[in-house]
Design a protein around this ligand. Structure first.
Ligand code: PLP
Length: 453
């Protein structure tokens, strides 16, 4: 099939997720990748790019890992699929759930498998609501999440998402979700003098009545909503708040989990243990779809008691043997290659590169990173706190310039911010990171010429 033919079929037949449908129909995709090796991607026209976002913050071990392909092949040749409904089980799912129990903090020892992040969050909400109903508190249905949080696109997960461009799309069927203002640590600790107290999680809980709140969900570091790193102690203040009112705390570790932030899980940066963790993406390094809800064994035991033992919830692909085999191999590699301490070391390299970038490029500000999850903003005048106007589309322009220079990153324009987020594969070396920042610098030079002309 010719390249032109593929491009035409793409425009005519392939409806892309989270995309401008009309723009795609008219102009086609900007990037069609055909090959990946390590941190590099090659497109259909033969151009090479650094995968500065690990594709969708998921290809954490980089592209072309033959061990992962082998794990899938071996499992597919042995037993490609087997149900795990009811009293059926399979070896890779058993071993992966055991491995997860070893890696998670506290007694987060029981795993329910899904096929991705949205399904994991959706499942958690459903299971928790069922728990409260059976516990004799059927009114306890509300889920509090954070503005700018991202939790996926199934009905409930999209409603939990605190970004109105997502959660105004087809959400009226999922009531009971409340978005609180993020990072009001003092308010969560009980300081009512703050002007935004009533929008804090504590304020929302008080307004709604604690006995109507089933759970609080948040990402340890917000990804899609702008790469927002909470101030130190925030997660602890939320943990304490949830304990005070007997509310479940869900950590959405779908981006942060499995080493991205320099700890195995994002919550470990604050030393807290949530009641539930939802994971996906990095659990298989993106090589095959898999997600999971990880819960405390004490919760599982109580749920079993309350339900009379039957969980009327599960997907065909819950515990898919091939996905789990790839997951198991991914976690083995993460441990064997000491990926997590490596990522922590690379954080320092990113910080050094940031200071050089800021010296050279005056529009760069608000740089932040945790492990290999990082971002910076561009402002028209950072000193005077003057942002670029939305119509200037600063982040998409800069991201396109990075693309032209061979670097894939994520532009985020939300509520006036112009953010460039990056999350390169966790195997990135010091020189890989230097290469990424070198491209940032070249792209910013071109950007400065454009905005100052
Ligand atoms: N939660 C977070 C933090 C995410 O970043 C994502 C996806 O980007 C999701 C949930 C949804 O996961 P999925 O797209 O696999 O359904």
């Amino acid at each position: 099939t010719s390249i032109e033919q593929l491009k035409e079929w793409d425009r005519n037949h392939f409806m892309h997720p989270t995309s401008s449908v009309r723009d795609h129909q008219e102009n086609g995709a900007a990037y069609t990748f055909t090959k990946g090796e390590g941190i590099y991607l090659t497109d259909i026209d033969g151009r090479e790019y650094v995968d500065g976002l690990s594709s969708l913050w998921n290809v954490n071990l980089g592209h072309g890992r033959s061990e992962l392909a082998e794990a899938a092949k071996e499992q597919m040749e042995t037993l490609p699929f087997s149900s795990s409904f009811n009293n059926y089980s399979n070896e890779p799912a058993i071993k992966l759930s055991r491995k997860i129990a070893e890696l998670t903090p506290g007694n987060l020892n029981v795993t329910f498998f899904t096929s991705g992040g949205s399904e994991s969050n959706e499942s958690t909400f459903k299971i928790i609501r069922e728990y409260w109903k059976l516990k004799g508190q059927p009114q306890r249905t509300k889920i509090v999440s954070l503005q700018k949080g991202y939790h996926g696109v199934t009905l409930a997960a999209t409603r939990a998402t605190g970004m109105d461009n997502f959660n105004s799309f087809g959400t009226s069927y999922a009531p009971g979700f409340l978005n609180a203002e993020p990072y009001l640590t003092g308010c969560e600790q009980g300081d009512k003098t703050h002007p935004n107290y009533e929008n804090s999680i504590r304020g929302v809980i008080e307004r709604e009545g604690a006995d109507t709140i089933a759970a609080v969900i948040m990402e340890p570091i917000q990804g899609a909503g702008g790469l927002n790193v909470p101030p130190e102690g925030y997660l602890q203040s939320v943990r304490d708040l949830c304990d005070e009112f007997g509310i479940f705390m869900i950590a959405d570790e779908i981006v942060c989990g499995f080493g991205r932030t320099g700890k195995m899980f994002g919550v470990e940066n604050d030393g807290i243990i949530p009641d539930f963790m939802t994971v996906a993406k990095g659990i298989t390094s993106g090589y095959i779809p898999l997600g999971a809800v990880i819960m405390k064994d004490s919760f599982r035991d109580e749920l079993a008691e309350l339900t009379g033992g039957v969980l009327f919830h599960g997907f065909t692909y819950s515990g898919h043997p091939t996905s789990c085999a790839v997951g198991l191999k991914t976690l083995e590699i993460i441990e064997k290659e000491n990926i997590v301490p490596h990522v922590k070391k690379m954080e320092t390299v990113v910080e050094n590169e940031f200071s050089k970038l800021k010296e050279k490029h005056p529009h760069v500000t608000n740089e932040r990173c945790a492990g290999l999850l990082g971002a910076f903003d561009v402002f028209k005048d950072p000193e005077e706190n003057i942002p670029f106007k939305p119509e200037e589309a600063a982040a998409p322009t800069l991201s396109k310039l990075c693309g032209d220079l061979g670097l894939i990153v994520r532009p985020i324009m939300y509520k006036g911010a112009n953010t460039i987020a990056f999350a390169p594969p966790l195997i990135s070396s010091k020189s890989d990171i230097e290469e990424i920042f070198n491209i940032f610098s070249q792209a910013l030079t071109r950007f400065e010429r454009q905005v100052n002309s």
